[in-house]
Structure formats: C-alpha cells, structure tokens
Write a protein that binds this ligand. Structure first.
Ligand code: PMV
Length: 334
C-alpha cells in the first residue's frame, strides 16, 4: 500500500448499533435521508477501527482514494462520497488512503456499515483538520449509511428524519446514556457469510413494491413515541415488546416486497423460538433482527449467561457474542 508522504492522519473507532425501532426506506437516496426515524442502542462488543491519511493535494499524489477493508482493497462509492464531503468542507483536494478493520463479521446483518461509516466520518474529518460537532459528524456519517448516523453516539440514540431537503436536520442524538440503564445483548450468529441483498437495494425495493410500505411509514412516529417513553420510564418489558414488534413489522415489509427479501434461515427462526421459550419460563428477553440472519436478544445484564447458553444450544446457531452498551465514536492515537 502507498503511504502518502506529508499527508495528515487520524485513527477513529466506532461501535456498531442495533435499532430497537427500525429504519427502512429513504426520503432522499443520494443524501441517505431516512423516511422514518429510528431508535438504537450502541454495542460495545462490535467495533470498527479506521485509519485515514490524506495526501496534501491531488496533484502531489494519486488522483484516486484507496479503501482497504479487512486487508482487501475494496470499491465502495459511499466511502468516496463521505471523503468528497470532507474535502469540500475542508477546501482541499488531497486523496485518502483508508484502512478499516472490523472485529466481527462484515456485511452479515451486524451493522458493520454503521460502525464503519461512523469511524470513517470521525477519522476523515479529523485527518482533514476539521473539528466537527457530534451533530455534524452524525450528518456526515449518514451520507455513508443511515444507521451510521446513530453510531456517533453511545447508549440509547434516536435518529430524526428531519424535513429539510438538504438533510441538515436529519441527524441522530443521544436519548439516554448507557450507564443510566445498562442493558445486554446476546448476538446469535447463524451465518458468517455476507448478505446477498444490501440494505440500500432492499429498502428501495420495499418502498417501490410492498403494499405495507405506507403503513410502515404511518406507524413509525407512534413506535418512536412509545419507545422514547419506555426508555425514559426504564420499562424493559415495554421496550422489548416494542422492539420485537418493530422487527417483525420490518420483516413483514421485507417479505411482502417484490422480489421478496427473506433474510432469515432455519437457525434464525429457531433462535426466535428460543427467546420466546425463555420468556415463557420467566426470563425477560426479547429478540430483534436486522437485514440479515442473526438474532439479537435483549436482556438485563444478570440474565446474559442463561440467554447465551440457551441460544448457543439452539440448532443452527454457530456462535454467540455478548455485548453491553457501548460508547460513541472516538479518536485514537495515530
Ligand atoms: O444503514 P443501513 O443502510 O445499513 O440500513 C440499516 C437497516 C436496518 O439495520 C435493517 C435497520 C436499522 O435501523 O438499523
């Protein structure tokens, strides 16, 4: 890999997140502005570390950016978009070398785009000499991936759709610090392969073809209001029931898209039943699933061991990971 000489450098880390109230559908595809708001929790155990180095200006180095993901040179137009926005704002033409590493499976429904673009937004803006406020970082990260706007923050986070055409009011902000209400997540990994239909592609299809899409958008605000109050009241059963409802409503939307989006496998369904059986036996645990086959079980920290054991024993579950709530994106020594 070429190392730019004289370029400025920064390293940032951001954690993945999972939505309790889901985002699916965009009101602006270029700027990645969501059509519905969302609420997520940031996950301590899943992170991306990203190193960005800029050449001083385009004429003194390459005329292309380079993006290395988990050791492989990768084409990712959204990475270039975020870098272009940073260059525009900083007023220079330098090209970037971006090196990004995930400590968990990439592109498999574990929100690697969320942690990835949040880390990129912070590292790239910092390497370019910009000192952006968290809200501006959230908007920048959103241009890479909608869910990344939330990973700028830790704990419980809400993403707003905003109303403006330029997306300047479509950012995430913290709802509650993770330490104020600790929660745990057990991730049941049922497939380590990357998913076949990207979120961007999938949501465009759902918007264009699912008869449930208007109802999805219409009921979003109500779900957000109820989730906000569940968090404010520290009402875990209410949070869990709503999270399952939002997840199942999202998957109903996916299943009724044309062509249909079926992200689940047999292990996914088995893990959902494990969670329900645990609940019947008195353990407060609820599931949520994104655009992939992994099941994320939400529970109190004291129930992690029993939930992880039950999921690990579920047919089709290959690996479990547990996570506490994580912090927002941060810079590291470069
Ligand atoms: O940010 P994207 O484009 O990867 O989309 C994320 C979509 C879901 O993970 C399914 C839901 C969400 O709110 O994170």
């Amino acid at each position: 890999m070429d190392t730019p000489i004289g370029g400025t450098t920064a390293v940032a880390r951001a954690h993945s997140n999972i939505a309790l109230v889901k985002y699916w559908g965009k009101r602006d595809e270029v700027r990645n502005i969501p059509a519905v708001g969302s609420i997520s929790i940031t996950l301590e155990a899943l992170s991306t570390t990203t190193h960005v180095s800029f050449t001083p200006d385009a004429s003194e180095g390459r005329d292309q950016d380079e993006f290395w993901l988990n050791g492989q040179l990768t084409l990712a137009p959204r990475v270039n978009r975020v870098l272009d926005l940073v260059r525009e704002r900083a007023g220079f033409t330098g090209r970037a070398t971006v090196t990004s590493t995930n400590d968990f499976p990439t592109g498999a429904g574990l929100a690697s785009s969320a942690s990835g673009f949040a880390a990129l937004a912070l590292a790239a803006s910092s390497a370019a000499g910009l000192d952006l406020r968290p809200r501006e970082l959230s908007i920048l990260a959103r241009n890479g991936s909608g869910s990344a706007a939330r990973s700028i923050f830790g704990g419980y986070v809400e993403m707003h759709t905003g109303h403006l055409d330029d997306g300047s009011d479509a950012f995430a902000e913290p709802v509650l610090d993770g330490a104020a209400w600790p929660l745990s997540v057990v991730v049941a990994i049922t497939d380590h392969e990357a998913k076949t239909v990207s979120s961007t592609h999938g949501m465009a299809g759902s918007r264009a073809s699912s008869p449930f899409y208007p109802a999805w958008v219409d009921t979003g605000e109500q779900d957000l209001a109820e989730m906000r109050s569940a968090i404010t009241d520290r009402d875990f059963p209410k949070l869990g029931e709503l999270a399952e409802h939002s997840c199942l409503k999202l998957h109903a939307l996916m299943l009724t898209s044309r062509p249909p989006l079926i992200y689940w496998n047999a292990g996914t369904v088995a893990a959902m039943h494990t969670v329900r059986a645990l609940r019947d036996s008195g353990v407060a645990v609820y599931f949520t699933i994104d655009a992939g086959p992994q099941v994320k079980a939400l529970c109190a920290p004291q129930d992690v061991a029993v939930v992880a054991e039950a999921l690990a024993a579920t047919p089709g579950v290959r690996e479990t990971r547990t996570s506490a709530l994580g912090r927002g994106a941060y810079l590291m020594a470069s």
